[in-house]
Design a protein around this ligand. Structure first.
Ligand code: HEC
Length: 230
């Protein structure tokens, strides 16, 4: 697993993530506990601009971020209903998401021709293949391991040495650009999992400052009371 450190202060990243989500994910995955308006306000996007460029369902700005895909048919098409993703970052974690979105690879035995390294036999197609390109699993020969155990030499089972490789020039993004795009997308999903996180953290500082101040007065008062007893 590659690590991923979300950053809610990076508004441009969240905005790019939202753009990717609306264009590549919302058709199948709703965010039905999140409203367009809250998203626009938190990410600093004017309502007009948001409605024109990011709402394709004809909904109002106050609407929930629903998908237009009918549930029953979706199950028949993909074998599994595309789940709502409002809470996915809290259930799976941002690191899981980051690696999941990067590790779709060709597998002709699967219905959509791709499999995934993090979520084996997933029913989701590789929706960002036009960006990332065609990724294959390449196994280069064998990596024999010789272990020295005192006098004798033990030859361990040969281990195939496999890794994922993107076919050069098959995607419109370079490897670095695709990593950045997936980072932005996961950053956005992290935000959606708890939109009040920044507010909560800011408020937490004031609460701690207040408690600190209260402690001074409580301490002085305590000393005043006990003065008479001693
Ligand atoms: C064509 C429809 C479709 C699109 C578009 C799509 N997905 Fe999926 N996705 C699915 C289906 C179907 C599943 C359920 C697969 C299963 O359970 O085997 C799924 C599963 C997932 C899961 C796993 C959820 C879980 O916890 O089990 C995540 C995360 C996910 N998708 C993220 C995304 C993101 C991010 C995008 C946009 C880049 C996206 N998907 C675009 C169909 C889609």
């Amino acid at each position: 697993m590659q690590s991923m450190e979300p950053d809610l202060h990076d508004k441009p990243s969240l905005q790019r993530g939202l753009g990717l989500y609306v264009n590549y994910c919302l058709a199948c995955h709703s965010l039905r506990f999140q409203r367009y308006e809250r998203t626009a306000d938190d990410l600093g996007i004017p309502h007009e601009l948001f409605l024109e460029n990011l709402v394709f369902t004809g909904q109002k700005i106050g609407g929930l971020m629903a998908t237009s895909m009918p549930e029953e048919e979706a199950k028949a098409w993909f074998g599994a209903r595309p789940p709502d993703l409002t809470m996915v970052a809290r259930v799976r974690g941002e690191e899981w998401l980051y690696n999941y979105l990067k590790t779709f690879y060709l597998d002709p035995t699967r219905p959509f021709g791709v499999n995934n390294k993090v979520f084996e036999n997933v029913g989701m197609p590789h929706v960002m293949m036009d960006l990332q390109g065609v990724q294959r699993e390449v196994c280069r020969g064998f990596k024999p391991v010789d272990l020295l155990d005192g006098e004798s030499v033990i030859v361990a089972e040969p281990e195939p040495h496999c890794f994922l490789e993107v076919e050069e020039g098959s995607g419109s993004f370079s490897a670095g650009e695709f990593d950045d795009a997936v980072y932005d997308l996961v950053n956005f999903l992290y935000y959606v999992g708890e939109p009040t996180r920044l507010e909560r953290e800011r408020l937490g500082v004031y609460v701690l400052l207040f408690l600190g101040l209260l402690f001074v007065f409580a301490y002085l008062l305590n000393r005043e009371y006990w003065k008479d007893v001693h």
